[in-house]
Design a protein around this ligand. Structure first.
Ligand SMILES: C[S@@+](CC[C@H](N)C(=O)[O-])C[C@H]1O[C@@H](n2cnc3c(N)ncnc32)[C@H](O)[C@@H]1O
Ligand code: SF4
Ligand code: SF4
Length: 455
């Protein structure tokens, strides 16, 4: 007999512990005796519990009779992942250039030092590549995302018209990830291609004062007013708009104000409107952004504010806090949730990023770095097999450090790009405070857990 090593335990009170079986999805509230027995097993190689309790633990997958039991569960998980509905994003970066100089932009000086733009011929090559690559993704829902730099710069209009025309011919929906400043210049194109443009994402980081201090042009002009006008324009055209709010030390404390702004604008009542919170990321661990705050501290601060303003709990989407999203669904969904084998879709080559330099990248963070490219689409499609193999199927079961980690199936193994640029090896993960983030959420729901424990 052996104890499942993939159990996360959390102390709810003196009398109660949460057991989270990250392998089977079982969640139980248990006594200190059972907790101690499981904890001490590796030292004493014996479970000091009665047969009835042992049988219940066995049924819930906390103890195994043979090492094959874990292998069987892992195979079930892999199979279930294989059967899940999947999406493939073709991300078309029309240019590296951008009119803004956002303080935290992960693209850094690429947006003002590299003058690459896609022309109509490049777009033709992108679609020729899409046609070839699509065969390998026959079960995926496919989507095109306009990306940059800033995709909606005025000089990209002809290239974007071509993207929309080609997308229409293939019945591929298109969304735009834009800073919003020139969105109104595209209003006529959005009307003409209303059947193709299905959604847009615009970043709005808070009040005018905060937003303008960090998302501004090289001459210091803030973009708040343009972004608000862009949101209004998208909503008027019934295009789904996702406002992204990037959080750090500068604005996390002012979320209530942000929420009030979205309500006052009347956007929150619009079914086409949503707001996603995201951590400001530093995946290359540069340490250069002064307002950076680790994810777990953002989560703690968020929930401290939710306690004061409970209406904010459901107002914001939290999907970009990947570890938080996962633990929330594990704890709050009545049926078992599939464990997180990988941190993001790029690990399954579900982001195919076309750069304006003719390279194909596995992730938007790699843009502008041909040394990290996984292929070329110009002059013709060529995939770099060793890079494709390296990214494809990266998951926690493949990485030594994660294989040994009790929270692996809640964490997903962190950002692949991070591992590559920080540790020089995609399979050497950078642990992104996933454990602390999970515990920050459990701290928030501790009182509810205690109520359940005493019920
Ligand atoms: C690099 S921008 C390119 C598209 C467009 N210029 C824009 O701002 O939406 C793509 C997305 O990345 C987000 N972003 C940029 N730097 C980030 C960072 N360090 N952490 C989190 N999100 C970031 C932006 O808010 C935007 O939603
Ligand atoms: S607008 Fe987008 S690409 Fe431009 S600097 Fe800001 S985040 Fe980066
Ligand atoms: S990245 Fe770190 S925390 Fe996450 S599963 Fe791997 S070892 Fe564990």
């Amino acid at each position: 007999m052996r104890v499942n090593e993939r159990i996360l335990t959390y102390r709810i009170s003196e009398e109660a512990f949460l057991l989270l079986n990250t392998l089977t999805g079982a969640i139980d509230i248990t006594t200190p005796q059972i907790y101690d027995a499981l904890e001490n097993f590796s030292a004493v190689q014996h479970l000091t519990l009665d047969e009835f309790t042992k049988e219940r633990l066995r049924k819930r997958g906390y103890i195994f009779d043979s090492p094959d039991d874990e292998t069987r569960w892992l195979q079930l998980i892999k199979d279930a992942h294989g059967k899940q509905e999947k999406t493939l994003d073709y991300i078309v970066s029309l240019t590296y250039n951008c009119n803004l100089r956002c303080a935290y932009c992960f693209e850094g000086d690429l947006t003002y030092t590299r003058r690459n733009y896609m022309d109509i011929d490049d777009v033709q090559h992108v679609f020729a590549a899409i046609d070839e690559l699509s065969d390998g993704y026959s079960n995926h829902r496919k989507l095109i995302k306009l990306f940059g730099g800033e995709p909606l710069l005025p000089r990209n209009k002809q290239a974007i018209r071509r993207v929309l025309t080609e997308a229409r011919q293939r019945s591929l929906p298109v969304s735009a990830v834009t800073n919003g400043t020139y969105a109104n210049d595209y209003a006529d194109l959005f009307d003409e291609f209303a059947d193709v443009i299905v959604a847009a994402q615009v970043t709005l980081d808070g009040s005018k004062e905060i937003h303008d201090s960090r998302r501004k042009s090289h001459d210091g002009r803030g973009s708040f007013d343009d972004v608000c006008a862009a949101i209004e324009m998208f909503l008027a055209k019934n295009i789904k708009i996702n406002v992204r709010t990037n959080l750090d030390m500068q604005n996390i404390g002012r979320l209530r104000e942000h929420f009030d702004l979205l309500v006052t604008k009347g956007w929150m009542d619009n079914p086409d409107f949503g707001c996603s919170l995201s951590p400001v990321e530093d995946h290359s661990c540069s340490g250069t952004y002064a307002f950076y705050l680790p994810e777990n501290l953002l989560v703690k601060e968020f929930y401290d504010q939710v306690k004061e303003s409970p209406e904010m709990a459901d107002a914001f989407r939290l999907g970009l806090f990947r570890n938080l999203k996962h633990i929330k669904s594990v704890v709050n969904t009545s049926r078992p949730v599939l464990p997180l084998l990988h941190y993001c879709e790029a690990n399954n080559l579900e982001h195919i990023v076309f750069g304006p330099d003719g390279y194909i990248y596995p992730c938007t963070e790699c843009l502008g770095r041909p040394d990290l490219a996984m292929g070329k689409f110009h002059p013709q499609l060529e995939m770099f097999d060793d890079v494709v193999k390296m990214w494809n199927g990266r998951n926690v079961l493949r990485m030594n450090k994660c294989r040994e980690c009790d929270i692996a199936l809640l964490c997903g193994g962190g950002c692949a790009y991070s591992a590559l640029v920080v540790n020089g090896d995609i399979n050497e993960p950078v642990c992104n405070n996933a454990r602390e983030t999970i515990f920050a959420y459990l701290d928030y729901i501790k009182a509810d857990l205690a109520d359940k424990a005493s019920a």
